[in-house]
Unconditional design. Structure first.
Lengths: 206, 78
């Protein structure tokens, strides 16, 4: 198996925030921590594009390089995880991450920063798989159950793909070649049909 | 007296020249970064426990099949 990756298809994402909700619900994420979020470019303008962003489980992860206590590790499947028992909440990972993935829960009064929390690709952490300790610290370990991340699996439009990098790249490639490119991807033509498109045959399956 | 002043001036000039030349020395200032090694607890493999019980092939097969559920061209048919 190659490396586990996420791929968000901006042509399909409808900014429903279902992935964000699924993640929060699946891992019982506390208030103020967002392992996943949806970013929209040109919000409100026709042609706006949304993309779901979380930890991208980088092949050469900058968070791993800068961590002062070396609490990051990468699994055989290419998932970047960290040990919360070791994390000191220094936020160096937050500065290094180009996606803003590391999150810091408020650990007390006056905004005291807690230990770092981030997307685990639903792979838990360095605790016994599917144990209570693992769930409390890192969330559910769906990968150990033979499942894929909750965000990708529940995405209504299948904009967010998660899994083996080569496999999801093949799915995306097929999708792009089928739908083509240009105005037919989004807009009037998609909603109402193109004027030069062949007329539908009455009674035929659409 | 004059010779002493000349010697001091020569020494001062020499020291100043050396000091100024030292500024021309260009050394690489980028540190040779060494990747740290993970200091935390070891993690279990995702297929180590039940229901896979160490069967890596079955786990990979299951994950691969499940990934294809995201492909509606295969799941539903085009």
């Amino acid at each position: 198996m190659a490396r586990m990756k996420f791929l968000c298809d901006a042509e399909r994402c409808i900014e429903c925030n279902g992935c964000v909700t699924a993640c929060k619900q699946e891992h019982d994420i506390p208030w103020g921590v967002n392992r996943r979020r949806v970013v929209t470019i040109n919000d409100g303008v026709p042609g706006e594009k949304s993309v779901s962003v979380a930890c991208m489980h980088c092949s050469d992860a900058p968070c791993m390089a800068v961590c002062p206590v070396d609490c990051f590790y990468k699994t055989q499947e290419g998932v970047v995880l960290h040990d919360k028992d070791l994390c000191i909440g220094s936020a160096t990972a937050f500065y290094a991450c180009p996606f803003g993935a590391p999150q810091f829960p408020q650990a007390g009064a006056f905004g005291v920063r807690g230990k770092m929390d981030k997307c685990t690709f639903c792979a838990g952490g360095p605790e016994k798989d599917n144990s209570a300790a693992e769930f409390t610290k890192y969330g559910r370990n769906r990968l150990a159950e033979g499942k894929l991340p909750a965000c990708a699996e529940m995405c209504a439009t299948k904009a967010l793909l998660g899994g083996d990098g080569d496999t999801i790249a093949d799915i995306y490639r097929q999708r792009v070649t089928v739908r083509g490119k240009g105005s037919e991807v989004w807009g009037w033509g998609t909603a109402y049909g193109r004027p030069d498109a062949p007329k539908p045959v009455p009674g035929a399956k659409s | 007296m004059m010779a002493r002043i000349t010697r001091i001036a020569t020494l001062a000039f020499g020291a100043m020249a050396a000091l100024m030349l030292a500024g021309c020395g260009e050394r690489p200032q980028v540190i040779d970064y060494k990747q740290g090694t993970y200091q935390g607890k070891p993690d279990d493999l995702p297929y180590a426990a039940a229901p896979f019980n160490g069967d890596k092939d079955k786990w990979e097969r299951d994950i691969r099949n499940r990934t294809q559920n995201q492909n509606e061209y295969k799941r539903i048919g085009s």
